[in-house]
Design a binder for this molecule. Structure first.
Ligand code: NAP
Length: 471
């Protein structure tokens, strides 16, 4: 089956890629503006306008590619009977957003399939988008931050980048993105003999900021390598919009999320139920929508940490003796729980801000003894595991200053930091004769349970993935 998408939209191309559809992409170049104007003059309905534009695009490509199936599509934004196009200037965008603020508009997404210059199939989807009330100052800040990205978008927004502009949505993610992939796949499955195409599943990492996240690279690699129909993106959500936005993203079709700073505690509170380890850690890094519609929270940081240790050093014996954990932030919390569950009999917890360590110890276990930051070297002869869970030693951060002269050479030393891959702590420990484990494996392993839950396949953590994430 030779399939052509008559569109130059990167987003639509991404949807077909996500569905593992091998298609060609062609730009139809029709005079959209004049066709739309004449249809409006004829008082055509919005859905007929979108449908006609989709047809023009498909027809033009179909006539030059007889025998191919050609998908044409178009999307228009309708508010109070008026069609909103692309904003001509920042001032026009301000006017548009001021009108859409606090109101519900419709996105009309038309899809047609042509063959031999004739229509075979058509589908129009309507999504109802309710924008929250946005203040004038907020609109100004939005335009300042997003104008170059959104000036080519009808209505002046990209739902996938700023879903927090909305309070609720009635619709499907792919329709909103501009291509109704579910009905298209149903049509294609009726007209092809091979394995049926699967509707893509969706997951994302949520944080604020989020641009630095390696998760899209990891999950994208697993999806492609295993030829799974699905997509994984990064979405920036401000903390005060977390609950509303996550609820809305589940409603439009997401199977789940990874959650990172600063949303991990909110994610736990958001869920309907949680795993015992998430409850004990008091934070979630994974949200999963179950078949029942209930949202479950998990925390896989400790799992990632322990699986990494086990895969790098099978001789490590947690019950051999006490551990020293440096740091008392979010990551340390998960590490403490994981070490205790693995059988470590006692943990010395050492943090620059002692009070934070004391709160953490009081929350988690009597087996944790808090020591002063200056006393970290004093316990080294006694410990069998050392974990750096501070940000010290990371590229761009101050070094972690610790003299390992008295460290037991049988101890295992691990650093959560993976940039650089081998920190000074690990270099010094290696010189001392200790086993060392870098933090990169923790990052890779913590993603496995979420991927398996959302996409139904347990992915492999291998050198190829590690090299990809480290580039
Ligand atoms: P966090 O909540 O911000 O905690 C940061 C920790 O570093 C706190 O204990 C903080 O001490 C300490 N710290 C920061 N600057 C310091 C300084 N100048 N001197 C002494 N201590 C200092 O961060 P987190 O989420 O726990 O992450 C900690 C580290 O683990 C980060 O480097 C992160 O990249 C890494 N990490 C790696 C993975 C992985 O998969 N490999 C996963 C999670 C985290 P105070 O309490 O005194 O501020």
């Amino acid at each position: 089956m030779d399939l052509i998408l008559a569109s130059q939209s990167i987003t639509r191309r991404r949807i077909l890629d996500a569905a593992r559809i091998d298609a060609r992409f062609m730009s139809p170049k029709i005079d959209e503006e004049n066709i739309t104007k004449s249809l409006i003059a004829d008082q055509a309905l919005p859905r007929d306008i979108a449908d006609t534009l989709a047809e023009h695009k498909a027809l033009k490509i179909s006539l030059k590619n007889l025998d191919s199936l050609v998908i044409g599509c178009d999307q228009i934004l309708v508010f109070e009977g008026e069609i909103f196009g692309k904003p001509a200037s920042p001032e026009a965008l301000k006017d548009m957003l001021s009108r859409l603020s606090g109101q519900t508009h419709r996105l009309v997404t038309a899809n047609v399939i042509y063959k031999d210059g004739k229509p075979m199939w058509r589908h129009v989807a309507i999504s109802h988008m309710s924008m929250r009330t946005i203040t004038s100052n907020e609109i100004d800040a939005y335009i300042e931050a997003h104008w170059p990205d959104v000036k080519h978008s009808a209505g002046g927004y990209h739902f996938e980048r700023t879903p927090d502009l909305f309070s609720s949505v009635r619709g499907n993610w792919f329709d909103i993105m501009g291509l109704s992939i579910d009905p298209i796949l149903r049509f294609l499955n009726q007209h092809q003999a091979g394995n049926p195409f699967q509707i893509p599943r969706l997951a994302a990492v949520l944080g604020h900021p989020i641009a630095q996240s390696k998760s899209p690279l990891m999950h994208g690699h697993w999806l492609k390598k295993n030829q799974i129909s699905g997509d994984y993106i990064a979405i920036d959500i401000p903390p005060m919009r977390f609950n509303t936005t996550v609820r809305m993203l589940f409603d439009v079709g997401f199977s789940g999320f990874n959650v990172t700073i600063p949303h991990k505690e909110q994610a736990l509170a958001f869920a309907d139920d949680m795993t015992p380890r998430a409850r004990r850690i008091g934070a979630a890094n994974t949200l999963i929508k179950r078949d029942s519609g209930k949202i479950s929270a998990d925390n896989t940081d400790g799992y990632g940490f322990m699986t990494n240790l086990a895969s790098q050093n099978s001789a490590w014996n947690p019950s051999a003796g006490p551990s020293l954990v440096l740091g008392a932030g979010g990551a340390a919390r998960a590490i403490l729980v994981a070490l205790l569950e693995a059988g470590v009999p006692k943990i010395y917890l050492c943090n620059r801000t002692r009070a934070r360590a004391e709160d953490l110890a009081a929350d988690i276990s009597d087996c944790i003894e808090v020591i002063d930051w200056e006393d970290k070297q004093g316990v080294l002869p006694d410990v069998f595991t050392v974990v750096n869970a501070t940000s010290l030693g990371m590229i761009g951060k101050p070094p972690l200053e610790i003299d390992l002269t008295n460290l037991n050479p049988d101890a295992l030393v691990t650093d959560l930091i993976y940039a650089p891959l081998e920190t000074q702590l690990l270099k010094d420990a290696r010189t001392r004769g200790c086993e060392v484990v870098s933090g990169i494996g923790m990052l890779l392993h913590q993603g496995v349970p979420g991927f398996e839950a959302w996409f139904g396949h347990r992915p492999a953590v291998d050198e190829e993935l590690e090299a990809l994430v480290l580039t």
